[in-house]
Design a protein. Structure first.
Length: 194
């Protein structure tokens, strides 16, 4: 179990390093994307472990073993991928998007990616739900943990990660000496040429 916790921590650090490298913008610090993703990742792990503890109290299906750790890592990777899609759209809209405030750009980006996120999650959820009902008893706990992880991970990638980003940005705006951030126009190459 100690190795599993170490693996989750190591994968979290590597994800943070990747996100800090990948999401470089002039508007928002790249470390904010990675820190918000890490908090969302912690939320996913704690919610899955908490629900698993409650299920384990009432049922013998919920065992903490290597399959459960595998379910946590799989759920986290699915959720992180979904969050990267949302954050990539935010970064793209910050660069080339319309004249909007930061909050509006994050909202627009979340709405633009929500259909994709929900369709992907529903497709996986239907398969996992069928495996819970009709699969063998040896994989039922693993599949149930995956099902819980995918549902909570999808929720947090759509609603928690971008909300944390907005909250952090609004805290910075309220600091003394901060520049007011109203609607802004992004200068792209096409606009600069005209």
């Amino acid at each position: 179990m100690r190795k599993a916790i170490l693996l989750v921590i190591l994968s979290s650090v590597l994800i943070a390093v990747y996100l800090a490298f990948r999401f470089r913008t002039q508007t928002i610090s790249r470390t904010r994307f990675s820190v918000c993703t890490l908090f969302k990742l912690l939320h996913d792990v704690f919610v899955l472990a908490g629900i698993w503890a409650v299920v384990g109290h009432f049922s013998d299906v919920a065992e903490v073993d290597t399959l459960f750790v595998t379910a946590i890592l799989t759920s986290v990777s699915f959720s992180i991928h979904d969050t990267i899609v949302v954050f990539d759209r935010i970064r793209e809209n910050l660069r080339t998007g319309p004249r909007l405030t930061f909050d509006q750009i994050v909202n627009l980006s979340t709405v633009q990616t929500m259909t994709r996120s929900l369709n992907t999650a529903l497709t996986v959820t239907f398969v996992l739900f069928a495996l819970v009902l009709f699969g063998g008893s040896s994989i039922r706990g693993f599949v149930l943990a995956l099902l819980i992880g995918i549902v909570t991970g999808t929720f947090s990638s759509i609603f928690n990660a971008s909300t944390l980003l907005i909250a952090w940005q609004s805290i910075d705006r309220e600091r003394p000496g901060a520049q007011p951030q109203g609607p802004r126009r992004v200068q792209t190459k096409a606009r600069a040429a005209s």
